[in-house]
Design a protein around this ligand. Structure first.
Ligand SMILES: C[S@@+](CC[C@H](N)C(=O)[O-])C[C@H]1O[C@@H](n2cnc3c(N)ncnc32)[C@H](O)[C@@H]1O
Length: 433
């Protein structure tokens, strides 16, 4: 059971961790954090200071909850929820951030006219938003950007992520309980909350035109704007340092024993293969496989010609590239429930030689820890998104062992490691068939 820290212990910890961060920023000649629109949008903290920051945020939230008292904490969490969702949606729909120049201060009435909103309605969005430090009200009735709203205004992909969260995932979250009641224990992507919500509560499969693994992306494929927005939102993840392919490249252990032939399944535009080929000269051949339409127009950089190829492959069919040393799966399995993850893996078996290795590079759910409630919240939230959107799951260490064991007993999980600073783990598996 969690031990509750005393208010003064928490306050002391907050003071000491804050001092460490201030000192670290000064030593690196970085400006102090600020909400000002011209401030840097991210704090470039060292890995050690990021850990200090996580501890600080954990203590701040614990202290806040304690001093509000249980009911105060519950109500201050619960009550703003509908208004918060409505406000974020309004900011997205009426392009409130984009309608305000980065360096200007205007009246609510001027911004309301630009957004096509009655002034009182814009004001209620803005007041709620300002309480979240999105926008500022430097004088009553005036509005300017804060650094967070300026970021939203100037980064189209961040705005697309807001749109995807608020228009796709929030409704899916509300449909999840219905989906769980309608299809208890379902492992069919076509019965995921996000898909049901779009089809009037009926799984696409019952309409007799698609198979049950028809997923959320397939269900939106006739709407180019939704497809574009989802892809753009995903492109943000690739830019986050903790999601960089370099964590795999440095952490896979290939400096000691490097494979000659590598196949990346669901490799998209080939980023991982490219990074591996650049680092490991001993790799003679890397193949990046994905659905034919994804790889149709991808170019091989001149310097990698002869070592890198792209190929069309549906991982629900048997693997045709036989005898490679390594088969890679990066961010593939969390989109699929076990029923289909097992099929994908079994489809590789005919291609595997004894000793071939499978590497999975994907999030590994943390152990529940009372001292990491805030840090781990993103992991729990991401797992819920996988459930509501794909009827799928993020997996813990135990889940990874169980998945390979039920796929085939000849798979042996060798190790599950997480490189420092990486949001994703490396799961190494050897084929002993
Ligand atoms: C989440 S993305 C991961 C992309 C890449 N591995 C990475 O980590 O950036 C999932 C990838 O799986 C591919 N994919 C989805 N269904 C597939 C299928 N049936 N066969 C092969 N690839 C598929 C998608 O096109 C996409 O590139």
């Amino acid at each position: 059971m969690a031990t509750t820290r005393s208010l003064s212990d928490l306050a002391q910890l907050i003071h000491s961790r804050t001092t460490s961060i201030e000192t670290g920023l000064k030593a690196a000649n970085l400006p102090p954090p600020s909400f000002n629109a011209t401030a840097p949008p991210a704090l470039p903290l060292s890995r050690e200071l990021e850990e200090v920051r996580d501890e600080l945020v954990e203590a701040l939230e614990e202290l806040r909850a304690l001093v509000l008292g249980p009911v105060g904490h519950l109500f201050t969490t619960m009550l703003p929820m509908p208004g918060l969702t409505a406000t974020l949606h309004g900011i997205y729909r009426f392009r409130i951030a984009q309608n305000l120049a980065l360096d200007e201060t205007v009246s609510h009435s001027v911004l309301a006219a630009r957004c096509g909103l009655p002034e009182p309605d814009l004001r209620r969005y803005l007041r709620m938003a300002t309480s979240l430090r999105l926008f500022e009200e430097p004088e009553k009735g005036q509005v300017s950007h804060s650094v967070a709203s300026a970021f939203l205004a100037s980064m189209p992909a961040a705005n697309d992520m807001l749109g995807t969260l608020i228009e796709e995932q929030v409704p899916a979250g509300l449909a999840l309980a219905d989906a769980l009641q309608q299809f208890p224990g379902s492992e069919e992507p076509s019965e995921a909350a996000a898909v049901l919500g779009q089809n009037g509560g009926l799984p696409t499969a019952t309409k007799g035109k698609v198979d049950k693994k028809q997923d959320f992306y397939a269900s939106m494929s006739d709407d180019p704007e939704r497809v574009r927005r989802a892809a753009s939102a995903m492109s943000i993840a690739a830019k986050i340092p903790s999601h960089s392919v370099q964590h795999f490249v440095e952490g896979c252990g290939w400096a000691e024993s490097c494979p000659r032939k590598v196949v990346d399944i669901g490799g998209s535009e080939g980023k991982l293969c490219k990074a591996l080929l650049e680092k490991y000269n001993a790799i003679e051949e890397a193949m990046s496989l994905d659905r034919p339409e994804v790889v149709a127009d991808v170019d091989v950089p001149k310097e990698l010609e002869g070592r890198l190829t792209f190929g069309g492959y549906d991982f629900f069919e048997e693997q045709k590239v036989k005898g490679a040393d390594v088969y890679l799966f990066r961010n593939i399995f969390h989109n699929w429930p076990d029923k289909y993850a097992v099929q994908i893996l079994r489809n590789q078996i005919p291609a595997l030689k004894r000793g071939a290795r499978i590497f999975v590079n994907e999030a590994c759910l943390p152990e529940p820890e009372a001292t990491k409630l805030v840090t781990n919240r993103i992991a729990w939230a991401s797992d819920l998104i996988m459930k509501m959107v794909f009827n799928a799951t993020d997996r813990s260490k135990e889940d990874w062992y169980a998945l390979f064991a039920k796929t085939d007993e000849r798979f042996k999980v060798v190790s599950i490691t997480t490189p420092p600073g990486s949001a994703m783990s490396i799961i190494e598996v050897v084929w002993q068939g």
